[in-house]
Ligand binder design. Sequence first.
Ligand code: DQA
Length: 141
Amino acid sequence: REIAIINGPNLNLLGVREPEVYGAETLQDINQSLSELAEKLNLSLRFMQSNAEHEMVNYIHQCFEDQISGIIINPAAFTHTSVAIRDALLGTQIPFIEVHLSNIHAREPFRSESWLSDVAIGTITGMGSIGYQMALRYWDQ
Ligand code: DQA
């Protein structure tokens, strides 16, 4: 089975960006750990990060065409704004898990609203980079 790991805007800055909120690891570090776990779980991964909403929408469409089994997505700021990403996930019906490094419910009030949570398999928020690994383990069944 193949799972896509999708990260939204500004997550390319991990390691530099507010490390007290998002941790010291870079996105490459996180993806490297995920690759190692995926190998143990016998899953294939594909990775994408974009700062552009339309690229994320197009990528979700591509995942649908490629019949991948699931998506782990940290939509970053688009979590709180994007009807388009919600509709792409709903339209393709690809099962997905929403991950946030920080606890979106413990920050500014606008962050506690997600446009995706109610249509996700589940949401992991505030567990740091381990959250991605927890999400990947969902497909180990
Ligand atoms: C984030 C939380 C969002 O509110 C924020 O816009 C991000 C990252 C997280 O992983 O904690 O860019 O999704």
